[in-house]
Ligand binder design. Structure first.
Ligand SMILES: [Zn+2]
Length: 274
């Protein structure tokens, strides 16, 4: 039987996706939520997990409570950050527990990558089309979760993640297992010069990541852009799994910033070392 590369399960009334190759290490609890089974009202219906969207903060707290119960962590310990489409990656420890758990104001500022080396610290990053990337180093029992939108992808957030893991925990990229989660896909992500200019500046081989659509419009493949960078820094192809799910095609299941015209909720990637 063919092994599924990306699966969904339901736990305590919350369905979420996970990568079997990450879970099978026995080292982490992780998953990516859907937009269903929460309490938020439209256009945040219903499992919106981000405070900065304009949604009722009490609804977001209730949704986060549901997710914490599904994954089995204490909401008071949750760490989340103010994601700014940058390349800042931070190794966190127990002192950060609770930062951003219940309100946006005290979450970690200006950070798009979090590294965990201590067990029992739950982290959450929020997405609506941007790419969630999990990088697990099973040898050193460390994991990095990245938020890679087009800016983060073009500026190498995943490379920064790997480099930071090398510095902080002596990671060998060849050992790393990677899961690239649902985001807007090459089927739906049309971009113009505003994206192509910085992309082509940073990547002389940029043409391999796009398909020309018409005049000054291209379809960008963020999954391949991130996969290629990971390969360049030594991650093995066989260790990288791409979910292949497009948040715009699957807007019934996920939140899509692009497909919704901007006012929408956020799904989340959740991770904790056991
Ligand atoms: Zn699509």
């Amino acid at each position: 039987m063919k092994r599924e590369k990306f699966m969904m399960r339901e736990e305590k009334g919350v369905r979420y996706f996970f990568f079997p190759h990450l879970e099978e290490t026995g080292l982490i609890i992780h998953g990516i939520t859907t937009r269903h089974q929460g309490v938020s009202q439209p256009p945040y219906d219903s499992l919106n997990l981000a405070f900065h969207t304009g949604d009722d903060p009490e609804a977001v707290r209730q949704n986060r409570k549901l997710v914490s119960q599904a994954f089995g962590f204490d909401l008071a310990d949750l760490v989340s950050c103010q994601q700014v489409h940058g390349t800042e990656v931070l190794k966190i420890d127990a002192r950060y527990k609770g930062c951003g758990a219940l309100e946006y104001g005290n979450s970690i500022a200006d950070t798009d990558g979090l590294i965990l080396v201590e067990p029992g610290i739950p982290i959450m990053m929020c997405y609506a089309d941007c790419v969630p990337v999990f990088i697990l180093d099973p040898k050193n029992k460390a994991v990095c979760l990245c938020h890679a939108g087009w800016k983060g992808s073009v500026n190498g957030i995943v490379v920064k993640g790997i480099e930071t893991m090398k510095q902080k925990v002596n990671t060998n990229p060849e050992d790393c297992l990677v899961g690239i989660g649902p985001s807007i896909g090459p089927c739906c992500y049309e971009v113009d010069k505003n994206v192509i200019d910085p992309l082509s500046k940073n990547f002389p081989n940029w043409a391999r990541f796009v398909k020309h659509r018409k005049q000054d419009r291209w379809m960008l493949d963020l999954w391949e852009l991130n996969r290629w960078q990971l390969l360049q820094v030594g991650v093995k192809d066989k260790n990288i799994v791409i979910s292949g799910m497009c948040t715009s095609c699957w807007q019934e299941l996920f939140f899509s910033h692009r497909a919704s015209g901007g006012r929408t909720g956020r799904i989340a990637a959740v991770c904790m070392l056991k």
